[in-house]
Design a binder for this molecule. Sequence first.
Ligand code: SF4
Length: 432
Amino acid sequence: MGNAPAIAFITLGCPKNEVDSDRMRASVVASEYRFAADLDDADVVVLNTCGFITDAVEESVGAALELAEWRDERPGRRLVVAGCMVSRYGDDLAAAMPEVDAFVPVTDEPALLGVLQHLTGVSPGAAAPPGTRTGGGVSEYLQVSDGCFRACAYCTIPVIRGPYRSRSLEALTSEATGLLSAGARELVLIGQDTSSWGRDLADSRDITDVLRALAPLDGLAWLRLMYVQPDTITRQLIETMATLEPVRHYLDMPLQHASARVLRDMYRSGSGDSFLGLIERLRDAMPDIVLRSTFIAGYPGESEAEFEELLDFIGQAGLDYVGIFPYSPEEGTDAAGLPGQIPEAERFERANRVREVADEVSIARTARLIGTTLDVLSEGEDPDGVSIGRWSGQAPEVDGYVMLDRPVEPGRIAAVRIDTSYGYDLEGEVLA
Ligand code: SF4
């Protein structure tokens, strides 16, 4: 191939997959290989797949088949399929997809360079230290753990990502320092179960130790917590969030349902009442807290009354942002074998009804910000050339943006008076 092989990456799925891709990209950048930002310049493409529900698997297979056509357009091109779909289906995938040159499950991603050497015949040279990231964004995800110790009845992730493994405080601090020196101003802490960090470590540390270790780092303006399970929200975590700058008064906590019986069938704890109590404690400690959650509609055995309980809860809780999934029966999960499976059309219809109620609440809560002045982290221009940013109550990629009336240097935090809202998005005048 003459000069060094050029490697491109395509990422599907969640922020944890984005972090995995960034680590693989960093290993390529540090090697003798070249990183190709554009697929047309690439010799090898690595497709990092998602596999946690059937829809995601179908999207991943579709993307792989499309890339197989790209591969066949020029001799010497190679296609690598990596990530969660590979971890979930293993060797079955190789038999089903002869178009793919190599499969790399999640656990083998650190060994990607070896796979690339095998495919290209070119030595990668030196490898980057583990955990190296390319970074470069105004906002970056920092994965504090991988895997999950829980066994929610509908979930495939413990099979895909394995048992819970906290990353060491040293590794987190070093990676955070690298991302901040590469220009990040916001770090978003993620994991399948972020706030269970430390449960598998010898010393009795917890997620508040991570917050305290990261808070004083140079350049860190915002520190955000996502994927926080409700039963891990302790008084200590609430106090730390309320008092420790620059932790955002923002929490993404998947609740999944409001009926105690349905939650038990999910192998989860809680109820609508206990969640309302938790939300009240959070708002007592942080009256300005912004809350995001996710729910599943149409779970096996969910009666009309239990569904109404979920709708009532969404109407009452006043959540700022809500993700809603129609239940997806997944092979190998206990839930798929439960009696009372609800027809697909009904599951989607229920999810749409939750969506309507949740949107009404979210849009009203967003509109309350009109006339206020917010600190907005500039993200530069969007693909349409509009200057955008996010206020502290908006997580990256999922909670909308603030459109600015004039350009602001990416990474700068500007005071913006909010004039208008459009659904989850806001528009405002940059004051300073
Ligand atoms: S906590 Fe999340 S990742 Fe873990 S089993 Fe439950 S749904 Fe899956």
